[in-house]
Design a protein. Sequence first.
Length: 337
Amino acid sequence: MSQLIVPWSWDHAPGTLSMTQDLISFQSYSAMLCIVMPNIRNVDLNLLVVFDALFDERSVTRAAARLSLTQPTVSGMLQRLRRTFSDQLFLRSSHGIVSTPRAEALAGPIKELLARAELLLRVDAFDPATAEGTIKLCASDYLQHAVIVPLIEELRRRAPKVKVLVSPREAAALTELLTRGEIDLCVTLREAAEPDLPVLQLYRDRYLCVARKSHPLKTRRISVRQLCAYDHVVVDPTGRSLSGPVDAVLAAAGHKRRVAIAVPSFQVLFELIDSDDIIAFVPERLLRKRRSAVRIFATNLSIPPVDVIATWHPRLNDDARHKWLLALMAAAARPNR
């Protein structure tokens, strides 16, 4: 069997080995892996915790107390440590136990290994005041106004170093975008949610019938006949439809309104209302800052409410930043804001 000779010196930058002669033949390296790797797989890493306690405490009794174990249990684990490292490691003395040269050499690397393992197992904390990075959100025009804007206002106050990237609600491939991490959190309507993704309901909204302040209809409540006598505008982000949720309700009652215009956003809808006697049905959340600028009509229509949810990929369920963001979004979406 070929001889393994690995001489080196620490002449260069820390962590860099400077080889001073020819190193390992492929056959020797393969033989080394065959010997070392099975040993690593057979090591109980809990033994290293016991080693660290014994080295620090210099007493089997004190090490057992530190680990909340019995003295015989620690003694038994010490025997396993001795077999693992082929060394006595710790010997009894009049003042407890003393470490062998092998134990002295192992102590530093084992303590460092345990510290790194603790970092891997520790639940990450999230400090919004110092956090950086980019939060990627998606929502429709309506939900950007109703949820994303108040959320960003809170983020600016609580996590000033965090950036926010907002994209429109994709008509398809939402699960794929969430899986790839291109979107962290999507705000959408419950009926549009992907069935296999976790959701959190944020609030329930209702549709209100609105027109401009100077609209010819002056009554607070209008009949279906009056409603259908005027042109209507609806929002359809796809640009493919001239109908909305109200049309199904009217159709069930044997009525049909005149939808004259479909636009991709509520911003455009409100601009049209301001300049024409056109009528629209809009989610109430959009009127928080517009009530004084529009006329609101009561109707006898039973329009289904709008359930607004947040959805995300399950891979984020245990992420500290995600949990914090979800709680902040729920607070920002409360109706009393």
